[in-house]
Design a protein around this ligand. Structure first.
Ligand code: SF4
Length: 352
């Protein structure tokens, strides 16, 4: 799944404060909760079900992801499905410097832990995040070598495995389910869009039904399931993206990530943009935040929002960018806008 990959916490939503049990209480009740610094249905006072809050509830504290490249391939690039790959794909743009497949998994994790320790406050516990390409695209024996090695490194609390929905089967899921008895295990599927026409146009090589099947098979084994979606793929209108939330809400996901469409140099999509820019729509930053809030209002309250946007290093870009805006700044702007609009995740969710 590579760059655009993307977990089940149905049981992780903590109850509302006593007397406020309905998830979809009137707006004034939530405003009151906010004023009183009480909790939303996910168990804290932030206006969305955050990834950090999820891990605080699940593991009692902060957990840092360490990105790794185990050298897996992708059937959408090696000729099994196609040779071109997804038209937006550029794995390089998202891979930190310590993360190279020539190094052993242990070495990458140790260097990754050191990297994070130098830059950020130490988390103490880490998740080995297999992001590049399709990390279940190999025989089961190879998966065992990689993931057993990762879980043997001190400090590693679990694994997050990014992959394509068509690179999983019952046998592999049974292996991950056995690991999940004692460790944190999440499989992140790159879904990107619920619309088959879009998936075809970006040469994704699978349809939405395949993604839904993979998510359901994974969740049925009590493995956390994540999904990744891109907002702004050519041909998709804002209304289509708002409507898509219904299909997302019907998936048994734990976590979800969204990214605004970013174009990377050398990709097929960058060439399409150069040839026909009018087919693309890029939201300015403030408009994107407002539009994402429209989506968030429709999302199930128990869906953990891992990310709503991101920026790759400018040197990779081939399209409009927001400039040098860090993820922390994006998050601060997002939360400020949620407060200004006095809204929250799931405000317009009407249930199944
Ligand atoms: S071609 Fe598509 S599925 Fe393959 S690594 Fe790139 S984004 Fe992931």
């Amino acid at each position: 799944m590579g760059v655009y990959a993307g977990g089940s916490s149905r049981m992780l939503v903590t109850p509302c404060p006593e007397g406020v049990t309905p998830l979809f209480a009137p707006k004034f009740i939530f405003s009151l909760l906010d004023t009183m610094n009480l909790n939303y249905p996910w168990g804290d006072s932030r206006r969305f079900n955050s990834y950090s809050g999820y891990f605080r509830r699940l593991m009692g504290g902060r957990v840092q992801k360490v990105t790794l490249d185990a050298g897996f391939g992708c059937p959408n690039r090696d000729g099994t499905i196609s040779t071109g790959g997804c038209t937006f794909c550029d794995n390089e743009a998202f891979c930190p410097s310590y993360c190279r497949p020539g190094k052993s998994i242990r070495q990458q994790i140790e260097e990754g832990i050191e990297f994070h320790a130098r830059r950020y406050r130490t988390a103490g516990r880490f998740l080995a995040y297999f992001q590049a390409y399709s990390n279940t695209y190999a025989p089961l024996e190879r998966l065992r070598e990689v993931y057993d090695e990762a879980l043997s490194v001190p400090g590693v609390a679990g694994i997050v495995v990014g992959t394509r929905p068509d690179c999983i089967d019952e046998e592999k899921l049974d292996y991950f389910a056995a690991l999940a008895h004692t460790r944190y295990v999440a499989i992140e599927y790159g879904i990107e869009s619920c619309y088959d026409r879009t998936l075809k146009k970006v040469n994704r090589g699978h349809d939405f039904a395949t993604a839904r099947r993979a998510v359901e098979m994974t969740a049925a084994r009590n493995i956390h399931v994540g999904a990744h979606f891109i907002l702004g793929l050519p041909g998709e209108t804002e209304q289509m993206l708002l409507d898509q939330t219904e299909k997302i809400n019907a998936l048994p996901l734990t976590t979800i990530k969204f990214h605004q469409l970013q174009l990377f140099r050398g990709t097929a999509m960058a060439a399409e943009y150069a040839a026909s820019p009018s087919r693309f729509h890029f939201w300015p930053l403030k408009e994107y935040i407002d539009f994402f809030i429209d989506i968030l209002e429709r999302l199930r309250p128990d869906l953990v929002i891992e990310r709503f946007a991101g920026e790759a290093p400018p040197r990779y870009h081939a399209g409009p960018v927001w400039g040098l805006v860090r993820n922390e700044q994006l998050l601060a702007m997002f939360e400020q806008r949620l407060a200004e609009r006095d809204t929250w995740q799931g405000r317009l969710y009407v249930g199944a």
